[in-house]
Design a protein around this ligand. Sequence first.
Ligand code: SF4
Length: 79
Amino acid sequence: MAFVITHPCVGEKSGDCVDVCPVDCIEEGEDQYYIDPEICIDCGACVTVCPVDAIVDETEMAPEDDKYLAKAKEFYGIS
Ligand code: SF4
C-alpha cells in the first residue's frame, strides 16, 4: 500500500510534500510529483501539507484516480 499523488497536482506542483517525506520517496516529474510506491511507508505526512489535497491513500482512491497509481509506477519503472 502507498499514498498516491493525483490530478490536483498536475499543473500545481507546489512541492511542499517533498520537504516533509521522511524517506525521500517523492520526485518531480514533468507535469506532477510522484510518490515511489515501493518506498512510501504510509506515514501520511505529505497529505497534510499538500495545498490542493492531491495525495490520497491507495486503498481509498476514487476509481478515476487509478491511472495516477499506474502513472507513478511507470515513472519509477515498476511493472
Ligand atoms: Fe513520504 Fe509518508 Fe507521503 Fe509516503 S505517506 S510519500 S512516506 S510523506
